[in-house]
Design a protein around this ligand. Structure first.
Ligand code: GDP
Length: 306
């Protein structure tokens, strides 16, 4: 599934720009600092750089162990060659073989995450992206907690030119999802994207709310392929891992959308969420525009980081 679409020229430029500090300041120093030898210093510098890039301590150690083993096996002595191996290892750590969506079925994507991470924006971008690919997306404004949420999502629905179903503030999110499914069936859509309220501070409510939405989906679209994507803001670093753990306990997450990679040096969280929590990154956001979201490509990402 990865890298199916041709990348727009600006996309990786933006990603690289965001990751520039990691590459230029940390990893760039290790790989372009004059010393070409793979020595104890190299491993120390690399360890620091990976931790600073938010890869996380445990995952960093695992990456270094693999790197050392392969460097020994392949008798590598130069950093340039070590870098190629490191790209391979990081790619492996971020890759999943679980397919995303199922073209033979109805597809539902539940979008969860705390407020401000970029849920609304990502839903709008996803709708536009899938519409451009020939799918028929529909949006459900099931964040009924914030008055502005449905309005903002409507702006994105208009931009992406996709239908949206919404209720008033304080309505039952599961009722919104129910109505959306009725409309989805009537219009013969094939992808339903549901916004949800980001109330992590009230975990029990959140859990009940999500479970109720899920029951409606499972009852009304029993054969649907359902994805639950957690939106994480890459600039929050290791806190993103804490959010992923908390949401993972509340609902069965299937993957991650990592936003705001244009504004951070710390892309390492992509490796950490996959390795520590088994959650593959499915999309990355690199800006506020409708085109600034792309399917995640592990190898291209590893290369951009290094
Ligand atoms: P929500 O509260 O989770 O729905 O978050 P929003 O979608 O409203 O986004 C919060 C802010 O983050 C907005 O100002 C967005 O324009 C901005 N934003 C979202 N995604 C990205 C991204 O990939 N890059 C940048 N730079 N800003 C983003």
């Amino acid at each position: 599934m990865e890298n199916k679409k041709e990348k727009k020229p600006g996309f990786f430029a933006k990603l690289k720009q965001g990751l520039e500090k990691t590459r230029g300041g940390l990893l760039g120093f290790i790989f372009g600092g004059g010393d070409e030898r793979v020595n104890a210093e190299f491993y120390e510098e690399l360890e620091d750089a990976l931790i600073i890039a938010d890869v996380g301590y445990d995952t960093t150690e695992q990456i270094l162990d693999k790197l050392k083993a392969r460097i020994k096996e392949e008798k590598i002595s130069e950093r340039t060659a070590a870098k190629e191996v490191l790209v391979d290892i990081m790619t492996e750590f971020m890759t999943t073989d679980i397919p995303f969506l199922d073209d033979e079925k109805d597809n539902v994507i539940l979008i969860v995450g705390v407020n401000g991470v970029g849920k609304t924006t990502s839903i709008g971008k996803l709708a536009a992206m899938y519409k451009a690919e020939g799918k028929k997306p529909m949006l459900a404004a099931a964040d009924t907690f914030r008055a502005a949420a449905a309005e903002q999502l409507t702006v994105w629905a208009d931009r992406a030119e996709v239908p949206i179903v919404k209720h008033g503030e304080g309505a039952d999110p599961a009722a919104v999802v129910f109505d959306a499914i009725v409309s989805y069936k009537a219009r013969k859509n094939d992808l339903l994207i549901c916004d949800t309220a980001g109330r992590l501070h009230n975990k029990k409510n959140l859990m009940n709310e999500l479970a109720k939405m899920r029951r409606v989906i499972d009852r009304e679209l029993p054969d649907a392929h359902v994805e639950v994507l957690l939106v994480l803001d890459a600039t929050t670093g290791q806190n993103a891992i804490a959010q992923a753990k908390a949401f993972g306990e509340s609902c069965g997450l299937t993957g991650i959308i990592l936003t705001k990679l244009d504004g951070t040096a710390k892309g390492g969280v992509c490796i950490a969420v996959k390795n520590e929590l088994g959650l593959p990154v499915r999309f990355v956001g690199v800006g506020e525009g409708i085109d600034d979201l792309q399917p995640f490509d592990a190898r291209a990402f590893a290369e951009a980081m290094l």
